[in-house]
Ligand binder design. Structure first.
Ligand code: MN
Ligand code: MN
Length: 469
């Protein structure tokens, strides 16, 4: 059949209009196969790392399997070398040394591996009404009502009086007990139900139920608490005072799982921002002999402002980078001013149930690929790292050349709220930085949802940055 000639209007449409297409309408057979393999590995990574410390451990395991070795100060480096450095067990930096000098700049993928959760207080355990509880102080921006009546696991470390450290991961193993926070029955919730969503569940009510059986041969008070401490003592060799020097995190007891009849989505806890952390990591593990040195930064403490010794504002990243620069006798500032960073963090996916908080013409859509965010911030871009047009232009060319499905996005409608991530701290180091990441539904909830296509395309986009000439 003869092909019908296009009208002048059709031709001008094709030439001029930005025609966004669903990623599935642009997905190659090779990408589809690679996406499947990638998403299985990603789900495994999520299950292996429920806390920043566990993510670091799993990252080290994966990196070592690919030939990465610890990088120490003064070590000689050569192109192709694969190096990593752990910061206090809670953050990790990895690099593959490029053919070009560090002075020509490096390609950085920076994500964070801490996620919102409930931290135990330093003196957490108490008994009330014949039940034992652990008091918590929430970490990061949680919506408190989402954390009651769900199964919880307990992960972390306890440093005992003698200085030895015990690792705890209760709930992760087959047959382990779980924990939970109770909520009011609807029959008696008449008053609570009238309260605004944000204050109906108070922070001091987020106490975790951990037992109810009293110690057998004892006539004193708090026999349930005593019995719990007895169990912990037998299992971990700890006493009550050891909680003082512990970091224990209650996290949702959900395994990463496929969502939907078509299995096109992934549901899991902690996808913000392990979804981008894994993309940066896997892209680096798959990068051999890059032109520019490729760096993967997995930071801690983003959810509380990137503060502290393991956060992106801390000096550990600069120390790692300057140790690498010293090995090539290059000033750190020369390296930074020629470097590029993708600040890889999740963005909000358009949710039709809450359409009013988004600008539907400037929001990330599920299955439309890796989301790039020129700026974040709130109330007139306040606090944003607003990437320059040239930087966005570079990324555009890089993504299109690599066949990455990507989209441009804003967090939400103007003045609907706001947010930010590590981009600003990279930019303040004199590094050109652009926000990028995977669109998420129910961000910060105990169970977040992403699309497999978007997860995979973020990996592919990150790899394109690492392999840029
Ligand atoms: Mn994040
Ligand atoms: Mn977050």
């Amino acid at each position: 059949m003869e092909e019908k000639e296009k009208t002048p209007g059709q031709l001008r449409r094709e030439a001029l209009l930005d025609d966004r297409k669903n990623g599935y309408d642009r997905l190659s057979v090779e990408d589809e196969a690679a996406m499947k393999v990638y998403c299985e590995a990603y789900k495994h990574y999520l299950d292996a790392g429920k806390t920043e410390r566990e993510v670091v451990d799993e990252t080290v395991r994966l990196a070592q399997a690919k030939g990465f070795v610890p990088f120490t100060r003064g070590m000689a480096i050569k192109p192709g070398d694969k190096l990593y450095r752990v910061n206090r067990g809670k953050a990790i930096m990895l690099a593959v040394i490029g053919e070009k000098s560090m002075g020509d700049g490096v390609s950085i993928g920076a994500a964070h591996i801490d996620s919102p959760r409930l931290d135990l207080k330093p003196q957490p355990i108490y008994e009330e009404a014949g039940m034992a509880y652990l008091k918590t102080h929430y970490y990061g921006g949680i919506r408190k009502y989402q954390w009651v009546t769900i199964p919880l696991e307990l992960h972390g470390v306890i440093v005992k009086a003698d200085g030895s450290t015990v690792k705890v991961a209760i709930g992760a193993g087959e047959g382990d007990p779980l924990f939970t926070i109770d909520d009011l029955l609807p029959h008696l919730a008449a008053k609570q139900s009238q309260e605004p969503l944000g204050s109906a569940i108070k922070g001091e009510k987020l106490n975790i139920l951990v037992g109810s059986r009293p110690f057998k041969d004892d006539e004193g008070s708090d026999r349930v608490k005593l019995a719990i401490l007895d169990i912990l003592n037998q299992k971990y060799g700890i006493v009550e005072a050891d909680f003082l020097s512990a970091e224990l995190e209650a996290v949702p007891a959900y395994k990463a799982t496929d969502i939907g009849f078509d299995r096109s989505l992934i549901g899991a806890y902690g996808q913000d921002d392990r979804v981008c952390g894994f993309a940066c990591l896997q892209a680096l593990l798959d990068t051999e002999h890059p032109t520019h040195t490729a760096v993967c930064m997995l930071a801690d403490k983003e959810e509380v402002g990137s503060t502290g010794v393991s956060g992106m504002k801390g000096a550990a990243f600069d120390t790692f980078m300057s140790d690498l620069c010293d090995a090539q006798r290059v000033p750190l500032k020369t390296c930074y001013e020629h470097s590029f960073c993708l600040s890889a963090d999740v963005c909000a996916a358009f949710d039709p149930a809450f359409a009013e908080v988004y600008d539907k013409r400037n929001v990330a859509q599920i299955n439309y690929g890796m989301g790039f965010c020129k700026y974040t911030g709130s109330r007139g871009k306040s606090g944003a790292s607003d990437a320059g047009a040239e930087v966005v232009g570079f990324v555009r060319r890089t993504m299109d050349a690599a066949g990455v499905v990507w989209q441009m996005t804003e967090l939400g409608a103007v003045d609907a709220g706001g947010g930010g991530t590590v981009a600003v701290y990279m930019a303040e180091r004199d590094i050109d930085t652009l926000d990028a990441g995977v669109p998420v539904l129910s961000m910060h909830a105990p169970f977040e949802v992403t699309s497999k296509l978007d997860c995979y395309m973020t990996y592919k986009g990150m790899k394109a940055v690492y392999q840029a000439k």
